[in-house]
Write a protein that binds this ligand. Structure first.
Ligand SMILES: Nc1ncnc2c1ncn2[C@@H]1O[C@H](COP(=O)(O)OP(=O)(O)OP(=O)(O)O)[C@@H](O)[C@H]1O
Ligand SMILES: [Mg+2]
Length: 461
């Protein structure tokens, strides 16, 4: 059963309804669900799906001719088997076919044309420029290697620069959608799911391992998925990212590993990796702006451009987990997987705590706070931190997030502490204080006292 992606499908259908030709790029990291999305979109339309595998042009042509025959032959009067001797001829034919009838054409793993036939990008550009006005083709290029896709379409020196009408980045499911995706397939407790989500993130492909691998306990499940000898995700980070970064992947890996271990400022990363601070800066900027694997965060009350308080974070839960616990322990994992797993068990709880902060923030962004926040995020300063601050000109809400079961007494102590921290923030307005934990004893009482109090039950309501 196809799950969610409502916004993406809506966007694609809107583009489909435009008269004339459009060039759409859908990109996103491996396994995020790009192929599933385009296949779902094609279901009720006249469209062709071409997978660009890295083989000879002649072999690709055979496959593509078959697809054309399957989908289009009954739309062509007196059809006789087509002969095409190049990819260009196919593209020209499809552009001409669509002069009479709206047509969708998908090239999946579009970046592979670079190895199949590098000259295709410039011949496609010429054909497109010449024929798009008179045809009705929705051309969709799907790509997995984010850096490569951006180069093909956004680098001025490349022939296809400026030809894309819509660029859609497909992201992993958010927490809520990941939960409903998995819940419709297996019985699982919300507590276990938060722990598993900390390692798998909202990646449909990884979540789909759970029906087979879930052992009724998150730690044992993670052991089978990541730590055992034949664990399916043990090499996954390497498999996905090595191709993305190419020959120089080691430097990128060192940086990502350092960030996953909690070295989050350029200075800390430079000290940890031994790379010069200028080099680190260059890689950080590539990983943030080009590859989009890192997010650059600043305290939520500060100006993102001017502030010098910057921290980097790995956006994808899976990569964060993989670098932190698998890549970091690669050598030991070969020799003594049990030992690595024991070490992991001791460190996993605080790690889940961090993920829960993100889940809580997603929840707060959708919450009715009684005002509309302009910004929502984390705030920190030497030795002090507030997990979530949501504010506008005249209202402020502060939250502490805890991945634990709180007694009423604990909760009150935490809220008092939060009231003290409010003094450190230079925000004016009416303040509200809140707490989001795994569970809270007597949260009703806190609510009656005017506090915001939520636990996992509210998040997955
Ligand atoms: N929205 C969805 N609903 C149900 N299943 C999905 C959805 N998205 C992805 N999946 C499933 O998750 C798996 C990975 O998705 P898919 O192959 O589409 O990803 P991809 O981005 O094309 O990955 P790759 O880079 O490996 O080609 C597939 O088994 C697919 O069926
Ligand atoms: Mg795919």
């Amino acid at each position: 059963m196809f799950h969610d992606r409502e916004r993406e499908l809506e966007k694609l259908n809107e583009i489909y309804s435009f008269p004339g030709s459009t060039f759409v790029v859908i990109y996103g990291r491996r396994r995020v669900g790009k192929t599933a999305l385009v296949k779902e979109f094609l279901k009720d339309k006249l469209g062709l799906y071409f997978f660009v595998s890295e083989k000879d042009e002649t072999l690709l042509l055979e496959e593509y001719i078959q697809e054309i025959e399957d989908k289009l032959s009954h739309h062509i009067p007196r059809y006789i088997k087509m002969k095409f001797t190049s990819l260009e001829e196919i593209i020209e034919f499809l552009l001409e076919f669509s002069q009479e009838k709206k047509l969708v054409v998908v090239f999946d793993e579009f970046q592979n044309f670079k190895t199949v036939k590098p000259s295709l990008f410039s011949s496609l550009q010429k054909l497109w420029d010449e024929k798009k006005e008179s045809s009705n083709l929705m051309l969709i290029a799907v790509g997995s290697y984010v850096g490569m896709i951006k180069r093909i379409f956004m680098d001025r020196k490349e022939p296809l620069f400026g030809r894309v009408d819509e660029l859609i980045k497909l992201k992993p499911f958010d927490f809520w959608n990941s939960w409903t995706f998995v819940r419709s397939r297996i019985e699982i407790s919300p507590e276990d799911f938060v722990e598993l989500y900390s390692a798998l993130g909202g990646m449909p492909k990884y979540l789909l391992y759970l029906p087979r691998y879930h052992k009724g306990n998150a730690l044992e499940t993670l052991k089978a998925l990541f730590f055992d000898e034949f664990a399916p995700l043990r090499e996954e980070g390497l498999n996905v990212l090595k191709l993305e970064f190419g020959r120089f992947y080691r430097a990128y890996f060192s940086i990502l590993e350092a960030v996953s271990l909690g070295y989050v400022t350029p200075k800390e990363i430079s000290d940890k990796t031994g790379m010069k601070i200028l080099t680190v800066g260059k890689y950080l900027s590539e990983l943030t702006n080009n590859y989009e694997y890192l997010a650059r965060e600043v305290p939520v009350t500060e100006n993102p451009v001017k502030t010098r308080r910057v921290a980097y974070r790995i956006k994808d839960e899976f990569f964060n987990f993989w670098f932190r616990f698998i890549y970091h322990n690669y050598t030991m994992l070969e020799e003594n997987p049990e030992k690595v797993f024991e070490k992991f068990k001791a460190e996993f709880r605080p790690f889940v705590g961090k993920t829960y902060e993100k889940i809580a923030q997603e929840f707060v962004e959708k919450l009715d706070l009684g005002f509309k926040p302009e910004r929502v995020g984390r705030w920190w300063r030497k030795g002090e931190e507030v997990d979530i601050v949501a504010y506008n000109r005249s209202n402020v809400a502060l939250f502490e997030v805890k991945w634990s079961n709180l007694s009423l007494k604990d909760a009150k102590r935490i809220l008092r502490e939060l009231e003290r921290k409010a003094e450190l923030l230079s925000l004016k307005g009416r303040y509200k204080f809140g707490i989001i934990a795994r569970s809270i004893e007597d949260k009703e009482e806190l609510r009656e006292e005017g506090f915001l109090a939520f636990d996992l039950k509210d998040i997955i309501r």
